[in-house]
Design a protein around this ligand. Structure first.
Ligand SMILES: *Cc1c(COP(=O)(O)O)cnc(C)c1O
Length: 461
């Protein structure tokens, strides 16, 4: 070490000195956290002095700024809001369904304090959380009974464990699917202690394949919705009502893993029909499982509805306790169902608002962003394209939309810059363009997107 380095080491303030000068930091983070951060920063500076032999700024405000940066980084949340400009409405990686105002309000009310989650107001004694939201499910679907669990995956596991463990369940080979996130139907069945009996072929399964497979060990017939894939060409598979008739003639229940679980008709937006839960009930399914945060547009939850005796058996199974929803999910789910009961789902639930947006409405927003971009010096244009439903609903189906296309030599760098903007914006890349779809950007975020686009390009230019 030379004299300059020795002098610099001596010049370093003590931890106590730093703490004295950092009242505001200590107030916010607490003394012990600031002490640890100060020690870390001082240690880094010592190392730097010994190895770098350079002029290092050792003024107290400079060091404090480093301590603060260290603290900020330490407490930075890992989960934060982003803006979805991908055009995928139910984007699992981006948190699936944004909630309605009613659902947010209901969650806030329950989060703020105590509630009657498991308390019977009539007699002032312990009640059951499983009463919440079920009346709404029953009136919307026509199912005589219902219960709610943590998500649809756990709902399927619980249903099979409670109703079919130790016995055989018959499934078409065309439906032995992987949903995503490693949720594979054959694995789930094994986990539930069920023997899978595969029938038919990938593309064609007939009713007689099911009837030939029924034995005295059969517990149920299981149907699984084609959520995220399509089998096209030379294909056939029995309808739900045909399967229900066969199951009932043999005293068996028909179970349906419905996936997205729409309550409203998707054909009104030029899409194919995503199967309706109320139709599955009417077709004779005995137990149906569907998600809370896909096309329903609510919080993460799994809704199980169907025959009263089977739902009662499901509720009694020990796994039910392990997969029960929390109070916030009940609050959000009930408020979401409430919009459907009042006939206001299209207006109130963001997922359906996005589906219902017309190309003309989207074009207005796209034109605004494009104008901002061009004024800031970007090479942008508005082009026709497609949005998708996503989230295991209507695979291969697309909604016409208008996109803002930003041409860039390195679109992945531009995408990164937008991801790290004050509010991260997620778009998609197509060749040399970064594409932004206004359909999935919530109305209150449109201005923010405009501002960020302006800042991003004004800075670059
Ligand atoms: C999405 C889906 C699931 C899983 O639902 P989660 O609510 O995400 O647990 C299960 N089955 C089908 C058919 C699905 O589409």
């Amino acid at each position: 070490m030379n004299d300059k380095q020795i002098a610099q080491l001596r010049q370093l303030p003590s931890v106590d000195r730093l703490l004295e000068a950092s009242d505001a930091l200590s107030d916010y983070y607490g003394r012990s956290m600031v002490t640890t951060a100060a020690r870390t920063v001082l240690e880094q500076l010592r190392t730097e002095i010994r190895t770098a032999n350079a002029n290092i700024d050792l003024a107290i405000p400079t060091i404090l700024a480093q301590v603060e940066a260290h603290l900020t980084e330490q407490v930075a949340p890992t989960l934060f809001p982003v803006i979805n400009a991908t055009g995928v409405i139910i984007h699992t990686n981006l948190g699936r369904a944004p909630l309605s105002q009613n659902a947010i309000h209901a969650i806030e009310q329950i989060a703020r304090g105590y509630s009657n989650l498991e308390f019977d107001m009539a007699n002032g004694k312990r009640g059951s959380r499983s009463v919440h939201a079920v009346d709404l499910v029953q009136s919307l679907t026509g199912a005589p009974a219902a219960t709610v669990v943590n998500n649809s995956a756990s709902g399927v596991l619980l249903m099979l464990s409670a109703l079919c463990a130790g016995k055989e369940v018959i499934v078409s080979r065309g439906q032995l699917v992987e949903i995503g996130g490693g949720f594979r139907m054959p694995d789930v069945m094994r986990q539930a202690g069920v023997t899978l009996v595969e029938v038919g072929t990938t593309n064609r399964t007939h009713l007689r394949d099911f009837s030939n497979a029924i034995t005295e060990n059969t517990a149920a017939i299981l149907s699984i919705h084609h959520s995220n894939y399509k089998i096209i060409g030379f294909t056939t598979e029995p309808t739900l009502s045909e399967l229900a008739q066969l199951a009932h003639a043999n005293d068996l229940p028909l179970l349906f893993d419905q996936g997205s679980g729409a309550l409203l008709d998707t054909t009104q937006f030029g899409l194919e029909q995503e199967p309706l839960v109320q139709k599955s009930v009417a077709d004779g399914c005995d137990v149906i499982v569907f998600s809370g945060d896909k096309l329903l547009g609510g919080p993460q939850a799994g809704v199980i509805c169907g025959r009263s005796d089977l739902i009662a058996t499901i509720k009694r199974h020990p796994l039910a306790r392990a997969v029960r929803p929390d109070k916030l999910a009940y609050a959000g789910l009930a408020a979401t169902f409430d919009s459907y009961v009042r006939g206001k789902a299209l207006e109130e639930i963001p997922v359906w608002q996005m589906l219902a947006q017309t190309v003309d409405e989207i074009a207005v927003v796209a034109a605004e962003w494009c104008a901002i971009l061009c004024a800031a010096g970007a090479n942008a244009s508005v082009i026709a394209g497609h949005s998708t439903v996503g989230g295991g609903s209507l695979p291969g189906q697309a909604l016409p939309t208008m996109l803002v296309a930003i041409e860039a030599e390195k679109p992945d760098l531009l995408a990164e810059r937008l991801r790290f903007a004050t509010v991260g914006i997620i778009g998609r890349i197509q060749q040399n363009n970064l594409l932004l779809d206004p359909r999935t950007v919530l109305p209150h975020q449109r201005e923010t997107v405009g501002r960020i686009l302006n800042e991003t390009f004004v800075k670059v230019a």
